[in-house]
Design a protein around this ligand. Structure first.
Ligand code: IPE
Ligand code: IPE
Ligand code: MG
Ligand code: MG
Ligand code: MG
Length: 327
């Protein structure tokens, strides 16, 4: 199969998930909350986690139909994490539109996140009865891990001496957990053997690491319009990204002073250009790209444990496509 047909198949799955996620629209009595939830559910997004559920399910012999409710559940949970993440990160835009706390206010965003999580569980409870208990368990552990990772993210942002080991431990939870959970859930619904489910989870784990590294990179190199969220937000918020931690270990002289100010969160938006230039000069952007490729390859190799099929080919294609994404 060529890349075009893999992309086409991935796109068909994306549309199915998108359609079903939008249809979750909640009809509560509070008009503000209702509007905020609709705003998020209709905001699109790449639907990567949902696609991973469907493809993982198919890769072990299951059907798309059996996995659709789980795919929608994971996307709704992801939406919940984003709405709360944007409050924590003071982010003004997401998916090319104002964030919920900006368009309305923080209280509405907290509640909208809560409703989205509730909708996620309702969708999860529509999953095949014979797998439901296990799915609820995996899903809930994923949720708790994301919160743990987000807690670590905030603690690290307040510190100036963060190691790369701490960074990887943090991203494996805040981003890796949900991506690994998606792949694992698909494997469970599809009736995969324990070895197959483990392989899928491993795929998701490394893909999640690559995905967050890429997200950190996009924060400085992306086109803001295409990315749909603010550029340089991590720098202004003193987020301990792969880029900043690497720069802290290498920068000299005036560069070191600038990085120290970023680490201490003493900078404004006007330094973003200079910090990006510094990352470039010290070869840190290339370093991040190398790591992304490395993790993506490790992820792809985990799939060698599965029987070759179109779905496995699409999973590999998807992992490769994420390395080149612009949003
Ligand atoms: C954004 O996730 C949050 C991270 C974990 C980096 P996505 O980049 O998958 O967001 P959408 O759903 O496509 O908007
Ligand atoms: C995302 O990390 C983690 C979660 C949403 C759980 P970021 O804070 O880097 O994500 P973006 O860049 O805002 O999408
Ligand atoms: Mg964040
Ligand atoms: Mg954020
Ligand atoms: Mg980010």
């Amino acid at each position: 199969m060529n890349d075009d047909s893999l992309a086409l198949y991935a796109d068909t799955l994306r549309s199915m998930i998108d359609h079903r996620t939008r249809a979750l629209a909640w009809k509560g009595k509070s008009s503000t909350l209702r509007a905020a939830c609709t705003h998020v559910l209709e905001g699109g997004g790449k639907r990567i986690r949902g696609m991973l559920v469907l493809l993982s399910c198919r890769s072990v012999g299951g059907t798309v139909r059996r996995a659709l409710d789980a795919a929608v559940a994971i996307e709704a949970m992801h939406d919940f994490t984003l709405v709360h993440d944007d409050i924590m990160d003071n982010a003004d835009s997401r998916r090319g539109r104002p964030t919920v706390h900006k368009r309305w206010n923080a209280n509405t965003a907290i509640l909208a996140g809560d409703v989205l999580l509730g909708l996620a569980y309702r969708s999860l409870l529509e999953c095949p009865r014979d797998r439901r208990g296990r799915l609820v368990d995996v899903f809930t552990m994923g949720l708790i891990d994301v919160c743990d990772g987000q807690g670590m993210d905030m603690e690290l942002a307040r510190r100036t001496d963060v190691s790369l080991a701490e960074y990887f431990a943090m991203i494996e939870k805040k981003t890796g957990a949900l991506i690994a959970t998606s792949a694992e859930m698909g494997g469970v619904i599809g009736g995969g053997t324990p070895a197959e489910v483990r392989a899928l989870r491993k795929f998701g784990h490394y893909l999640g690491r690559a995905f967050q590294l890429q997200d950190d990179l996009l924060d400085v190199v992306a086109n803001e319009k295409k990315l749909g969220k603010p550029i340089g937000g991590d720098i202004v918020e003193g987020k301990k990204t792969f880029l900043l931690i690497s720069a802290a270990g290498r920068a000299q002289g005036a560069d070191k002073e600038l990085i120290d100010r970023v680490l201490r969160r003493e900078v404004q938006r006007d330094v973003v250009g200079a910090v990006t230039d510094l990352f470039q000069r010290y070869g840190i952007l290339e370093d991040a790209e190398r790591r992304i490729l490395h993790d993506t390859r490790t992820a792809s190799r985990a799939l060698d444990a599965l029987r070759p099929s179109r779905s496995v080919a699409v999973l590999r294609w998807l992992a490769g496509a994420l390395v080149h994404r612009a949003s």
